[in-house]
Write a protein that binds this ligand. Structure first.
Ligand code: 5RP
Length: 236
């Protein structure tokens, strides 16, 4: 008996491959975080190995991205050694029709926001399950907070009408700790009518480092779908 192929995995693989095909030789590439971007990193590595691509430098958005880049022999650099990023590839947890995003399912949104906004071209890679009519319909907004400010930030967020929940670890007792040593509060809002203003409002709370609302940032959204059992990629 052959094992059934997971359709979500198929979509992620195909969209990751499609995004990796956009990377040109000589580029500085922002390497996003998450299971979909992991395939893009793998395919960039494959293209380097085959000689189809050369002279690439990657800027990782997380410890995970750094480990994967090393695994696939992608040379890395840091923001103090470069003056631009040509292209960034990153996943998302929600995408609305205006290409606004919620990110941070992997608690990496702070570094992702720095890298993705710096890139001349930012390509988002998602499976079709991430598309929503309105941001916040399904996913909570991740907010990275410095540990000593957790209590007042939770109070301030509750006053804004959000339902804050401290993100807890899996296979680790206690809260999730980000790559910067901070904590994450996931905030569910009934509706997000104005993501532009909510992004600013959340970041204005003292103790908040960054939140996962990304507006006016994505240039291209690649969506993986399965049609008639076959994975396809379309653009938003
Ligand atoms: O924002 C992120 C990490 O902070 C990820 O890009 C986002 O959570 C999507 O991940 P995946 O591709 O595994 O669904």
């Amino acid at each position: 008996m052959t094992a059934a192929v997971d359709p979500v995995k198929l979509m992620k693989q195909e969209v990751g491959k499609a995004a990796a095909a956009h990377v040109k030789s000589g580029s500085i590439v922002g390497l996003g975080t998450g299971s979909t971007t992991a395939y893009a990193i793998q395919y960039i590595g494959d293209r380097l190995k085959s000689g189809e691509l050369n002279d690439i430098k990657g800027v990782p958005t997380s410890f995970q991205a750094e480990v994967l880049a090393k695994q696939y022999s992608i040379p890395l650099t840091t923001l103090d050694a470069i003056d631009h990023i040509d292209i960034a590839i990153d996943g998302a947890d929600e995408v609305d029709p205006q290409k606004n995003l919620i990110k941070g399912g992997g608690a990496a949104h702070t570094r992702e926001k720095v890298v993705d906004y710096l890139a001349d071209q930012f390509i988002v890679v998602v499976d079709s399950g991430k598309l929503v009519d309105r941001l916040g319909s399904v996913f909570a907004v991740p907010v990275e907070v410095i540990p000593m400010a957790i209590a007042p930030v939770i109070q301030a967020i509750a006053k804004l009408g959000g339902k804050p929940e401290l993100r807890m670890g899996i296979k680790k007792a206690g809260p999730v700790i980000t790559d910067q040593g901070n904590m994450v509060i996931d905030v569910k809002f009934d509706t997000i009518d104005d993501p532009v203003s909510l992004e600013k409002t959340l970041n204005n709370i003292p103790g908040v480092l960054e939140n996962g609302i990304f507006v006016n940032c994505a240039d291209l959204v690649l969506i993986g779908e399965v049609k008639d059992g076959q994975p396809i990629v379309r653009q938003l």
